[in-house]
Design a protein around this ligand. Structure first.
Ligand code: GLN
Length: 214
């Protein structure tokens, strides 16, 4: 079944609506996988490298990769100010893994020249799961996604060490009990990489947010 048809399964109410334009910050990391997952939810994906491209999207995904590198490149590409402005003005944003780190207001194991966008009132610990579990998969219960547990891929993943009172906890990792998916207002973040599986339910949560909020 082509991705465009797969996207419509179980989401017929979306088909009647206009296609939301969802940008993927395309500086470093697993950009192509997010573009694919966004397409599968019925939204229109576009890579974002320039302020003019950011200005044209209804929502933004910040992919997994290396948060220190993404931050440096965002500064070089003059995207930090525009991202802060759009997020401050209510643009929906979703960060996976390094993207979760980028959205945090506070970091543990922060690199010396690393800053964040502060979209979610949380403290995130980088590389939290430690060397022995550098990469692993875990079945995560995400009630908001509906259906069976979500097979979550963790790669040198962070966790949420502390979440402020306005932060909704969407999922915890069962082995450690750590918070690995959160939402605050128009901002969504996962410590794992939903873009690396064919299960698009987390992206569907986000593109629904984009349609509702933009
Ligand atoms: N450990 C990485 C960082 O600090 C994140 C890893 C990932 O995105 N897979 O940015």
């Amino acid at each position: 079944m082509p991705a465009s048809n797969a996207a419509l399964v179980g989401s017929s109410r979306r088909t009647a609506q206009r296609a939301a334009t969802v940008g993927v910050l395309a500086l470093q990391g697993d950009v192509a996988e997010h573009l694919r997952a966004i397409t599968a939810t019925g939204a229109r994906p576009v890579p974002v490298r320039r302020p003019a491209e950011l200005a044209a999207v209804d929502g933004l995904v910040i992919p997994g990769g290396e948060s220190t590198t993404i931050w440096k490149l965002a500064a070089i590409f003059d995207l930090v100010g525009p991202m802060r402005e759009r997020i401050g003005a209510g643009m929906p944003v979703f960060g996976s893994c390094a993207g979760m780190i980028m959205l945090a207001s506070r970091l543990v194991e922060r690199a010396s020249d690393q800053e964040t966008l502060g979209a979610i009132d949380m403290t995130v610990r980088r590389n939290a799961f430690g060397r022995q579990a550098d990469s692993f998969e875990s079945d995560i219960d995400i009630p908001d996604a509906g259906g069976p547990p979500f097979r979550a891929v963790f790669i040198r993943a962070p966790w949420v060490e502390e979440a402020g009172p306005g932060v909704e906890i969407l999922a915890t990792e069962p082995r450690t009990g750590r918070i690995v998916a959160v939402r605050q207002g128009q901002a969504l973040a996962t410590a794992f990489h939903p873009e690396l599986t064919q299960d698009n339910r987390v992206h569907a949560i986000f593109t629904d947010m984009v349609r509702e909020l933009s």
